[in-house]
Write a protein that binds this ligand. Structure first.
Ligand code: ATP
Ligand code: MG
Length: 147
């Protein structure tokens, strides 16, 4: 169905803002604001990435900027945080099922399935997901879906 990305993303952001008042969530939507997709699948991607950015950011640095824009024939979703980051040698592992990086941030409630699920979902939707990260600086997850 036709999704109004601005309304869709703002609703998700608002829900997380209520759940996590200390979360600084920024949203930026480009000129093309409608996207034909399944809102249930798309929101699952958002939930996992928004939850991760919160969980893997130290108190006081819980920030996420979500940017949505059209690039060629794709809709691009960028999730940029200021969290703990991910070591270079771990980047290839984090989309594996049950893979978690052992640290104090995932001691309470972490299964290691969120990103594996995102990867499967994105593949099912004929898109792609990638990550760039600097330990101690933050991470950028990018999802590209055919528009
Ligand atoms: P689940 O999502 O199943 O509750 P999880 O968050 O540990 O558990 P994933 O979402 O698959 O699992 O993430 C895998 C691992 O990648 C995490 O354990 C964490 O170490 C790392 N990771 C994921 N997102 C981030 C992020 N934004 N910043 C830093 N590390 C991250
Ligand atoms: Mg997760």
């Amino acid at each position: 169905e036709e999704i109004n990305l601005e309304v869709f993303a703002q609703n998700i952001v608002d829900a997380f803002q209520l759940k996590y008042p200390d979360y600084d969530l920024q949203l930026e939507v480009g000129v093309v604001k409608t996207f034909r997709s399944d809102p249930v699948l798309l929101s699952s991607l958002f939930y996992n990435l928004i939850e991760n950015a919160y969980k893997y950011s130290p108190a006081g640095t819980k920030y996420l900027k979500i940017s949505i824009f059209k690039r060629k024939k794709n809709m691009v979703f960028i999730f940029k945080d200021k969290g703990i980051g991910i070591a270079k040698e771990e980047l290839k592992n984090i989309f594996e099922k049950f893979y978690r990086i052992q640290n104090r941030y995932n001691q309470q409630g972490s299964v290691g399935l969120g990103l594996a699920f995102c990867k499967e979902l994105v593949t099912f939707m004929n898109g792609s997901i990638s990550v760039k990260s600097k330990p101690g600086k933050g991470s950028v997850f990018e999802i590209s879906l055919p528009a």
